[in-house]
Design a protein around this ligand. Structure first.
Ligand code: ZN
Length: 71
């Protein structure tokens, strides 16, 4: 095979290896913060926050809304 084909082939393999973990969903354990739902609805007293309450609802920050953690 000509050298150019090998360069393109190698570039494609490197790109696939780098991109595949981003495309595929995480296969690790279920997220403990949202229990696999990917969404959180938290509210508890927190004196360090303005207003004295910790409030968070929507996408889970621990698993980024995926419900599972990366290994
Ligand atoms: Zn989560």
């Amino acid at each position: 095979m000509p050298l150019e084909v090998w360069i393109i082939f190698t570039a494609l393999v490197v790109a696939a290896v780098l991109l595949l973990p981003r495309i595929l969903p995480p296969t690790g354990p279920t997220c403990t913060r949202c229990e696999g739902t990917g969404a959180v609805n938290e509210r508890w007293p927190d004196p360090s926050k303005p207003g004295g309450w910790h409030e968070l609802s929507g996408k889970c920050p621990k698993c980024d809304g995926k419900g599972r953690l990366r290994r």
